[in-house]
Design a protein around this ligand. Sequence first.
Ligand code: MLT
Length: 302
Amino acid sequence: MFKYNCLNPIAAVGLDLFSDQYEKVDELKDAQAALVRSAAMHDLELPDTLEAVARAGAGVNNIPLDKCAEKGIVVFNTPGANANGVKELVFAGMLYASRDIVGGIEWCLENQNDENIAKTAEKQKKNFAGTEISGKKLGVIGLGAIGVLVANAAIHMGMEVYGYDPYISVAAAWNLSRSVKHISNVEDIYRECDYITIHVPLLDSTKKMISADAIAMMKPTAIILNFARDLLVDEEAMVDALAAGKVHKYVSDFPNTTTVGAKGCIVTPHLGASTAESEDNCAIMAVREIRDYLENGNIVHS
Ligand code: MLT
């Protein structure tokens, strides 16, 4: 009998894939496997029984990788399983930052009792005018599962797409080669793009990669989107640049006291992968990885 622990809820559909050989336990103690979504594991005592951790998501910054390596605990993630959910929220962020959807909705609600609302709206709508994303330049920093989906969708939305990734896979480069201008110099993205979206993992080498210097190169109309991790961006510098009108908007999926409520910041509560489909996909992949490892000793992404 294998014991597994869920450190925070992951989609039940994945857990259904565990057979009678598996028992869900409330504590990590005695467990062979742990399934985790976003809960931080850094301060947890890892029992000697623990053989595998599966993160239902792409980023593994909530897992103590060094401690796991020392103890021989295999760590899995679920790359690509939630990529479509994140991609769709990136576009929602891009469109939200470009069109005054909320202003328009609020105006309609405020004027709901006006019998002539349709007529008044025609006079008011100039106040809610926006800009289109079609024809604009999008810089995609990081061409992994999510970055590639964003880049391809952007092409279909009529955007001119520039991609930057020093570690791009041959397959991704081939798939993108006809549509995305893959550039070797990220500064060109900072200088030239109207929208810049970040899709890299949080590592020591990528921490604050969107630095004050990078932000200083951007256009005053630039809209920066961060659905990867907040620590990738020097957010103090970003907030200062927004306040000074040096960049236009910062869309982030990671709420904190620096950005929420700051001028030009649009912040959501880490919702990128929060769709029924992405949650199911991640949970299913994570459970398969655990099963394949505990039962067969295989280390694969299913
Ligand atoms: C990820 O790293 O893929 C996301 O943080 C997943 C999530 O929202 O749980």
